[in-house]
Design a protein around this ligand. Structure first.
Ligand SMILES: [Zn+2]
Length: 79
């Protein structure tokens, strides 16, 4: 068997050159770069989703503020 290390993420053995040490609550564990990149990718996707959600909230807040402003203007026009 070539130089294989146990990946604590996949629960499989991968070749040594694909592995990198990863700090966990239980200390250093070997993980393959693929699983680390996948985890980082999902974080990036979450961030993108969060930003998108923030933009939606900003847009909603802006619309709400605009509606309030317009209704205030309408009220001022009324006797
Ligand atoms: Zn793995």
């Amino acid at each position: 068997m070539p130089d294989m290390l146990f990946c604590h993420c996949c629960r499989l053995h991968h070749p040594r050159e694909q592995m990198s040490r990863h700090l966990t609550r239980h200390g250093y564990r070997w993980r393959c770069r693929r699983s680390i990149e996948a985890a980082q990718g999902s974080i990036a996707e979450r961030d993108a989703f969060g930003r998108q959600q923030t933009q939606i909230n900003v847009d909603l807040a802006r619309q709400k503020a605009k509606r309030q402003f317009l209704s205030m203007q309408e009220r001022r026009l009324l006797p």
